[in-house]
Design a protein around this ligand. Structure first.
Ligand code: SAH
Length: 352
């Protein structure tokens, strides 16, 4: 256990001793703030790898998708916004492609990790940083991208018990540090009606922060114009299940040991995000499988061009393309959702 991680565990233990068990959401928030704040966790040598870190082609396809909308709508001014940009790789690849296609919007990053901000500034030196959405510019349309951002936000877990649906809380556990158990009763109203009589032990997850961010951004897009692209893994219809997972050095770990030392994520609820956008009068495309979306945008043609220009890397390029597109790799697990202002053109890549 690193000193940082030990500190997080001690702080959580003290908090629990002083004021009782914390919700799974609070546990996840404290653990992930420490985890992302301390170092860059991405890449082959880190804990996990994301699509833009696999190949430049991913960011390029995002850049092409955004450029198509920009070319068809031609706003007088606009901003590129990215939520949780990691190392800034996706932004750098997308912005390079956008420049080739004739536009160079100013760049705004919403990021709360000091360690990752330092990396992002190297990739995109002119970026402006924001702690949250409130300070994003209000005077022109926004082109928003969020890749594997929503899955890192804290989830609440509600579990079905003989005593009703209860919030799952985290307590201290002598052996492994922490453990989750049913806590105080919560109102059944939080549970979609079709799940209320589910088997004992069933878990329903909510991510209030994801809903709030999606709602705020959707209201902005409805007012200022623009589009938003959400890329992540998750479910497309309401679902039951415990999706909280911890990943360290590319393998799964116990989410309730060593908080702050591994990446805690949960599947995102595309159905809810889509509803947040629709409630703000945005139009929605998808969710579509990442593989289908990348193929529709021309990743195969791009892979061929890159391989022809770099014959010694042809095998690597083909393998990166497969990792991003193949259904048994990331192609079907990851989904893409677009939300856009009603007077904006229909986005490409969704088989509309
Ligand atoms: N989009 C990147 C990184 C994904 S990891 C990629 O695809 O490679 C999640 C990112 O979200 C990290 O940059 C992390 O620091 C950031 N993040 C997590 N929670 C956040 C929050 N509440 N506010 C702002 N950024 C957050």
């Amino acid at each position: 256990m690193s000193p940082d991680s030990a500190q997080v565990a001690v702080r959580l233990a003290q908090q629990i001793e002083a004021s009782g068990p914390v919700s799974v959401a609070e546990y996840m928030r404290v653990a992930n703030t420490a985890y992302y704040g301390r170092a860059d966790p991405l890449g082959a040598a880190g804990d996990f790898i994301t699509a833009p870190e696999i190949s430049q082609m991913f960011g390029e396809m995002v850049g092409i998708w955004l450029s198509d909308l920009w070319l068809r709508h031609r706003p007088a001014a606009c901003y590129y916004v990215e939520l949780g940009p990691g190392r800034g790789t996706l932004a750098a690849d997308a912005l390079r492609t956008m420049k080739r296609l004739g536009w160079e919007p100013s760049v705004h990053f919403v990021e709360n990790s000091p360690a990752l901000r330092a990396k992002q500034v190297q990739a995109v030196p002119d970026a402006t940083f924001h702690d949250n959405l409130e300070t994003l510019p209000t005077d022109a349309p926004l082109f928003v991208v969020a890749n594997e951002f929503f899955d890192a936000l804290p989830i609440r877990q509600i579990v079905s018990t003989p005593g009703g649906w209860r919030e799952r809380v985290v307590v201290q556990d002598g052996v492994s540090g922490f453990a989750a158990m049913p806590g105080a009763c919560v109102t059944e109203d939080l549970i979609p009606e079709q799940f209320r009589t589910a088997a004992m032990g069933s878990i329903y997850e909510l991510c209030p922060e994801a809903s709030s961010i999606m709602h705020q951004l959707s209201a902005r897009l409805a007012q200022q114009g623009g589009v938003m692209l959400v890329i992540d893994y998750g479910y497309t219809q309401p679902a039951l299940g415990d999706t909280l997972q911890a990943v360290q050095s590319h393998t799964y770990a116990d989410p309730f040991t060593n908080p702050g030392q591994h990446d805690l994520t949960a599947h995102i609820d595309f159905f809810e995000l889509s509803n947040c956008a629709k409630n703000c009068d945005l139009l929605v495309a998808g969710p579509s499988d990442q593989g289908a979306w990348l193929s529709a945008l021309g990743i195969d043609q791009r892979a061929q061009i890159l391989a022809a220009a770099n014959p010694s890397r042809a095998a690597d390029i083909a393998s990166a393309r497969n990792r991003l597109v193949a259904p048994d790799a990331m192609g079907a697990l990851f989904k893409i959702l677009a939300a856009y202002a009603p007077d904006w053109p229909q986005p490409e890549g969704f088989g509309l």
